[in-house]
Write a new protein. Structure first.
Lengths: 324, 324
């Protein structure tokens, strides 16, 4: 099978929104007036972001999910994406399952594939995703990292550390029941991008980022970009729904580290003014996504972890860095 | 050096056009009303698209050039691009030269880097480029592959086969003087995307594609998309400025194949009505890019090569296919 057959068989579909989709030198998107196009690009490399023997359907899901998560963190509604794919060889069953996982998630978010590239090479998946953000009275509704203000509440969506726990089981450093392992493995291999929450938080949150490299690291990006600090209440996090019973029962030794520094969560960390607490809850309900209040933005600078007695505890940030 | 330092040191620059550039979860572009965003994505893999020891400055140039060439083929004016980069290790002199070649070309086209991704992994460069195409009275001015009409003249820009000749020298199958080799190597390693010509051909050409996989293959895409055929006058091509004296003197054995099937030319192949011959010449002059009339679009289907006597000659299309 040649590259054009490969594209036609596995990836070409009728275009619903784009002015032009796959098959020309460029795709064409025509956004509405009063709209910004949000753009994010993520590359996944075998052995680095996924195991060589990963289920291809999960890989298709995750490749798009990590990009949709970036749109979510900007409050952007998904529109379309491009897929560049380097493959060691043409493995048709693998491609069919990869495309299945990819399009299941794409369809769930009404996000269409409009172009890309295929080539031979070590397995590498590069997706660039496009979303729309309204501009109202000249003001972008995008959620940026730079908008946090001292006094804001600090929130995180969903739960933290589950994907990291799954990785630990794969590495032999932890053991779980089959049902527990299946649950955390799902979090690692098929993360849920918090798109609906991001859209619902437009005009409510002051700043947001997605938790891809670990809570402390990604919160750190917000604090740096906003020129503020934060206090995180560690006990409140551990006793909240942000930490699953599976992680709690897996062993205390994993607890602070996996919650604070575990990568691959794809939750949203965000700040909102105290006056907007009811609006945050409404957004969470609308998006059917739990959120937990975990701290406060301070004049700062710096990030302080507080224990149950409100005393600072030693902080170890080991946010994921591909070259550290 | 960590990945964020790497981005800051080599790739972060002030944003001139985007509403938001590097450093958040997404970049934000706000196109004007009456504008389409043209999008293209190309992935370059070591050992496949470039030699491991290629000059990094040339590689930076070429990585963006092949994407700008797709914009050119659509008649789109470059706006911005994302860069996803997998690197085996952080090699600072290499990165500095890569960034230099990349930004020299980007600046020449006023095309700004607005985001992307960096990761460890086998060397892989994935660029997604964005350009703008005007929409006039509801009609897109984009040059598509699908617009060719029977009776159109067929044109190609610049010269064909030079990059393929350089590859042959590298492989030991041909030899050239040092000056000749430098010239064809320049065509292989630092191709010139025909952006100005693409823009100038808006409203003049009926259809266009860039010649990345070989003239016959890329012209074939136009013919298929347009539901037409073509006659190519082989002697006219060989006796025209579309074939350099270097290629002619390198040996008759290379001539038809390198011109017709040599990849990596990054010229434009396009069709325009006979009534627009003066307009095509004006566009070529405006863009300071030579063009050659090489044939005629027919009701078809199929592509026929004609010899000096106007007789059909056997055709071998071996357009580049990554998986064939």
């Amino acid at each position: 099978m040649g590259e054009f057959d490969l594209i036609t068989r596995y990836f070409k579909r009728p275009t619903r929104r784009a002015a032009l989709g796959i098959g020309d030198d460029c795709a064409l998107l025509q956004p509405r007036p009063g709209t910004q196009i949000a753009i994010s690009s993520d590359m996944l490399v075998e052995g680095r972001h996924f195991f060589a023997d990963v289920d291809p359907r999960s890989l298709g899901h995750k490749s798009l999910a990590v990009n949709l998560s970036d749109l979510a963190a900007c409050g952007a509604k998904p529109l379309a994406f491009t897929l560049a794919l380097a493959l060691p060889k043409v493995n048709e069953p693998w491609l069919a399952e990869f495309a299945r996982g990819l399009f299941e998630l794409a369809d769930a978010h009404d996000c269409e594939l409009i172009g890309g590239d295929t080539t031979a090479g070590p397995l590498n998946i590069c997706i660039t995703v496009f979303g729309e953000v309204p501009v109202i009275n000249g003001k972008s509704q995008a959620l940026l990292r730079s908008g946090a203000k001292a006094g804001d509440d600090l929130y995180v969506s969903g739960t933290l550390g589950d994907a990291r726990l799954a990785l630990e089981v794969f590495r032999g450093g932890a053991s779980l029941s089959a049902a527990e392992f299946a649950a955390v493995r799902q979090r690692m291999e098929r993360p849920t991008p918090r798109v609906a929450l991001g859209v619902a938080l437009r005009g409510v949150a002051h700043a947001a980022a997605d938790v891809s490299d670990g809570l402390l690291g990604d919160l750190g990006h917000i604090l740096t970009a906003s020129g503020v600090g934060a206090e995180l209440r560690l006990t409140d996090i551990h006793n909240s729904i942000a930490v699953t019973p599976i992680l709690k029962s897996a062993g205390a030794c994993f607890l602070p580290d996996f919650v604070l520094n575990g990568g691959d969560d794809y939750e949203l960390v965000f700040t909102a003014p105290v006056s907007a607490r009811a609006d945050v809850l409404q957004a969470a309900n609308l998006a059917q996504t739990p959120v937990t209040r975990i701290g406060t933005v301070t004049i700062g600078p710096g990030l302080v972890l507080l224990d149950a007695q409100g005393q600072p505890v030693a902080l170890s940030s080991r946010s994921f860095d591909h070259f550290a």
